[in-house]
Design a protein around this ligand. Structure first.
Ligand code: MN
Length: 240
């Protein structure tokens, strides 16, 4: 038996093949797993639990079917879908996870994060992140009419895409010092995160201990899945 980790699916009506791949993954692979963890950016936009996009309904129904069948399903919000809340948890039957969260993975304490907080070199993004996570911004946002909320999320998405195209690759990757500080603070030897879309297993020494930082891949071109069991973890790609 194994535990599966995925992230950065960025589900959207514009890429239906990914939604289909995700639903098949839930019905087949995940239904035979010990648990499924989704570490952020499952959805491309999330303007609030009270306006779930019709494009997401089939995925949410398949998630609920999996969870109702007895497979533990965990979802951590990412930077795109950070406004997910209790209504989403109810309709998907998923358990929402705080970012960061430490779990016991077959005896190894493992830190789970979306990963955006580790990208400390991207100062502009970190400023934006603090702004939209503030109560002041959230109150303003939820006081807007629904169409405006959707327009605003879509606009942020567009601006972010334009900025990303201009930024240097290194700026958008994690900062190694931030990684080490975070791993040390949580006293763990294994970290799993997504966000950067650079799937890899990085092994290095931290305070004379061998540690691992595992990065999940996105689902733009293919489904990247991390499979963990008692002997360790490996990255796989789902065939479409
Ligand atoms: Mn992200």
């Amino acid at each position: 038996m194994s535990t599966l980790f995925i992230s950065d699916l960025h589900l959207s009506g514009e890429r239906e093949a990914i939604t289909e791949l995700f639903i098949r993954f839930l019905q087949q692979r995940a239904s035979a797993a010990d648990a499924l963890y989704i570490l952020g950016d499952l959805f491309e936009v999330w303007p609030g639990d009270d306006m779930i996009q019709p494009d997401y309904e089939s995925s949410i129904a398949a998630m609920k079917q999996l969870a109702d069948s007895g497979i533990p399903l965990y979802v951590m919000p990412g930077n795109r879908d950070f406004l997910m809340g209790e209504t989403f948890a109810e309709v998907s039957a998923a358990t929402l996870l705080q970012d960061p969260t430490v779990i016991d993975l077959y005896g190894t304490p493992t830190l789970l994060m979306h990963g955006d907080t580790l990208c400390t070199d991207d100062v502009r993004y970190q400023e934006f992140r603090s702004m939209v996570r503030s109560d002041k911004w959230k109150n303003m946002f939820f006081s807007l009419p629904k169409e405006e909320r959707l327009a605003m999320t879509t606009k942020y998405r567009k601006v972010s895409k334009e900025e990303t195209a201009k930024k240097a690759m290194e700026i958008m990757d994690v900062n190694q010092q931030a990684v080490e500080d975070t791993m040390r603070a949580h006293n763990i030897t294994r970290l799993i995160h997504g966000h950067t879309h650079r799937p890899a297993i990085h092994e290095f020494m931290l305070d004379n201990q061998p540690v691992k930082r595992i990065v999940l891949g996105d689902w733009y071109e293919q489904g990247s899945v991390l499979v963990c069991n008692k002997t360790g973890c490996q990255l796989e790609n789902l065939n479409r």
